[in-house]
Design a protein around this ligand. Structure first.
Ligand code: GLN
Ligand code: ZN
Length: 767
């Protein structure tokens, strides 16, 4: 039985790519050095997969920033504003990703958004009405050749044409991006032919949009696209990879496409196996079914017994030749290697034994294939026994289950989810209590996480700093930032989150039921990586988590100090979550812990409390039919966390990278007194949903993009605020950046905020 892998993490096991890119961006490393690091990572990845025994090893899954951006460059879909940079390929590439402001050039970055329901962000392709495509970036063929000269004939991986178009956005009216298919396909064919000629036996086209609700045009596009490709390359073997959901009513469509193998995600949607096995045309065809049985998005050890049952079921119907074994999706979403975890204190051996990261998942795939084959299975039986033992131990471990936590969730009452009074009443009460000016200014929480700050935490961890010295140093950072914010003239201050490594990990470390890794990094966007903590058991808050710092910061100023928390859905969404109980149950457990913290902050004299929920939207099920159920518990988990306070206490929430149109009523149902949102990259476009809905509560539409180092001018922020004023009542508008400032430097932050305050003052006068 054959095995394949769909994609492998490309950041390097020690985040080498991050370090190399960031050095290159600040001019500390040369282009050659960056490219050399990238080549080493690719080679290592291919070798790792070969050593694990994977049959079909991917190439072109590597990217310097993002695989969708790579596709845009490959297909020559380069927005006109980057025209001047065409001769410097890498400069162009990073300009599209990050914007560029140098030597008199000032071009904004392309939009970024979440890849399906993952925490991975991609660069959104931009399309215009007379969009032209041409074969531009030669990355796929180059990397195919690179692997070949290292002795590995790889399977090139691309985003398929329909998914590529659907992932993009029309930048003009008067056309639909799916209509660009006819122009796009010849370029795809040109690329695919080149790889075919170069010796690629299999080519993988990722079409995750096949698991989404598709309209008639989109369904036709699928048929057209794959027929076109088939006609142009009659002998080439193609895989269509789907993942993250059930193909459901698109099963028939997928089965009808003229390709040689279909990959399906049996972790997210195990039930869909039957629809394939029972589909007469699938059974009759020569198509291979690639079973995604090993979870590519979570960290738990595969349950071999369960997977083997699935595999046996499939082979009984299809025969061994027509069944492949694979991870459920690209391993991009999993940390690299569990073997790097050596710290018993953060990750006890008992729990480590329940886990598998990307490298281990490769072995799981191979072992499952060997166990399914009667000629090889004997040699692997001890691995089966070991696996069964680990799975059993996890089920019964006393580390996981704390009955009183479950009890507290069960005994929740309606009143626990509601504030004392409605928003109109609270708004009046808060206006009197807080005495804020019109267009109040604030920031989203974090300030630059400089190397020095990160080193403080590292030195504390290593024991090089005492707790006491560390606390003093953090306190002095807070002190400095308070003075600086007062000088800037900000109305609602923040303490700067200097003590936090990450907005989820920080809370994870304070809550029980969590374990941590040293190297479990996963790419979030570009060079940014996150290290999601792992929820393995029932969640509790043994003691206050943020009160000390927030109260200390408040004590240093007469202005309002905002308390900063991460919301239950985001904590859930950005952690690796246990798969042995419903996500909603875990969300409520976290909601209760945050509620206790909100009440403790209020008690400590904090009058404004922000509960960040940037991840609410990304948790949305991919299928609309499942939205309501999710939104009900997600919004309730937030309300549970926010509703334990008095009317005077102002609850903020923050969200970024979200389209709000289709979930606006649920965002309103969260009933935060103030919501700050990311809007600047889309020129306030995202605000329209709030306006159309007549969103009643207060809103801070971000007036500048914090993901780019460029400094926004006062004028451009005034223009954005004027746009906001057209659709939102003046009384409800706040002025703030798009998101937290931790990835920025101090100089640009200072300049940008000065301009922002000037913009707020200008607007106050002119309205
Ligand atoms: N309070 C967080 C910060 O400022 C919010 C980050 C986010 O929304 N992703 O960093
Ligand atoms: Zn944000």
């Amino acid at each position: 039985m054959r095995t394949q892998n769909l994609g492998y993490p490309r950041i390097g096991i020690k985040r080498e790519l991050k370090k190399a890119s960031e050095s290159f961006w600040v001019g500390k490393a040369t282009q050659a050095e960056l490219l050399e690091t990238a080549a080493q990572i690719r080679l290592k990845n291919w070798q790792t997969q070969k050593e694990a025994g994977i049959d079909l090893i991917p190439s072109n899954d590597f990217s310097l920033y993002d695989q969708v951006l790579d596709m845009s460059l490959m297909l020559g879909a380069i927005p006109a504003r980057y025209q001047a940079l065409q001769n410097d390929e890498l400069g162009l590439y990073f300009a599209m990703a990050r914007g560029v402001q140098k030597d008199g050039i000032d071009i904004s970055a392309m939009e970024m958004t979440k890849w399906f329901d993952t925490n991975y962000h991609y660069i959104v392709p931009e399309f215009v009405k007379d969009q032209q495509f041409r074969y531009f970036l030669k990355k796929a063929i180059n990397q195919f050749s690179e692997a070949k000269s290292a002795g590995i004939v790889t399977k090139p991986v691309f985003i398929g044409p329909v998914t590529y178009l659907l992932s993009g956005k029309e930048k003009e009216t008067g056309f639909n991006r799916i209509d660009l298919l006819d122009k796009l396909l010849p370029v795809y064919v040109e690329v695919l032919k080149e790889l075919s000629v170069a010796g690629a036996e299999w080519i993988q086209l990722d079409e995750p949009f096949l698991v989404m609700d598709l309209n008639a045009d989109e369904q036709i596009a699928y048929q057209k696209a794959y027929q076109f490709i088939r006609n142009a390359l009659p002998k080439q073997k193609f895989i269509i990879a789907t993942y993250f959901e059930d193909l459901d009513e698109n099963t028939k469509l997928a089965v009808s496409l003229p390709v040689d193998c279909l990959h399906i995600d049996l972790v997210r949607a195990p039930q869909q196996l039957n629809s394939f096995l029972e589909n007469p045309s699938f059974r009759k065809s020569d198509k291979i079914l690639s079973l995604g049985v090993v979870d590519g998005r979570n960290v738990w050890k595969n349950d071999f017994t369960k997977s083997l049952n699935t595999i046996v079921k499939a082979t009984k119907v299809l025969g061994k030749e027509k069944v492949w074994i694979a991870p459920s999706c690209s391993l991009l979403h999993a940390p690299c290697d569990l073997d790097l975890e050596k710290d018993e204190e953060t990750l006890p051996a008992e729990i480590k034994n329940w886990l598998a990261f990307a490298k281990q998942k490769l072995s799981e795939v191979v072992t499952l294939a060997k166990l399914s084959d009667s000629t090889t299975n004997k040699k692997y039986l001890s691995q089966l026994t070991e696996n069964q033992l680990a799975i059993e131990q996890r089920k019964v471990s006393a580390k996981i289950h704390k009955p009183h936590v479950g009890e507290r969730v069960k005994s929740l009452h309606d009143t626990d989810f509601n504030r004392l009074n409605d928003f109109e009443v609270r708004q009046e009460t808060q206006a009197k209590a807080l005495k804020l000016p019109a267009f109040p200014t604030t920031t989203i929480g974090s300030f630059p996480q400089t190397t020095e700050i990160r080193q403080l935490r590292a030195r504390l961890k290593k024991g090089e700093l005492t707790e006491e010295t560390y606390n003093q140093l953090i306190e002095s950072e807070i002190e400095k930032s308070v003075r600086w914010q007062e000088e800037l003239g900000i109305d609602v201050l923040v303490h700067g989150e200097f003590e936090r490594n990450d907005m989820v990990e920080y809370f994870g470390e304070k809550l029980s039921g969590y374990v941590f890794t040293q190297n479990g990094w996963v790419q979030s966007y570009g060079s940014r990586c996150v290290k999601p903590p792992i929820i393995y058991g029932d969640i509790e808050r043994p003691e206050a988590m943020t009160v000390k710092w927030s109260a200390l910061a408040q004590s240093k100023t007469n202005k309002l100090m905002k308390g900063m928390l991460t919301g239950p859905v985001t904590i859930l969404q950005w952690s690796f979550v246990r798969d042995d109980q419903p996500r909603s149950e875990t969300a409520f457990q976290i909601g209760l812990a945050i509620r206790d913290e909100v009440q403790a902050l209020e008690k400590a004299g904090i009058k404004v409390i922000q509960i960040d929920e940037p991840a609410i939207r990304e948790g949305l099920p991919l299928r609309k039919s499942k939205w309501d159920e999710y939104l009900r518990w997600a919004v309730n988990a937030f309300r549970l966390s926010a509703s334990g306070v008095n009317d005077e206490t102002q609850i903020h929430t923050h969200m970024c990278y979200s389209e709000f149109n289709d979930i606006i009523e649920h965002i309103a149902a969260m009933d935060a007194d103030v919501i700050t949102i990311e809007t600047s990259r889309s020129q306030m476009e995202l605000l329209k949903a709030f306006a159309d809905f007549k969103y009643p509560n207060e809103i801070g539409p971000g007036v500048y993009d914090i993901h780019s180092p460029r400094i926004p001018s006062t004028e451009e922020m005034v223009i954005l605020l004027e746009k906001a004023l057209e659709v939102i009542p003046a009384r409800n508008i706040w002025v703030n950046p798009d998101c937290g400032l931790k990835t920025r430097g101090w100089h640009e932050t200072d300049e940008a905020l000065k301009n922002m305050i000037a913009a707020a003052r200008f607007i106050r006068k002119s309205v």
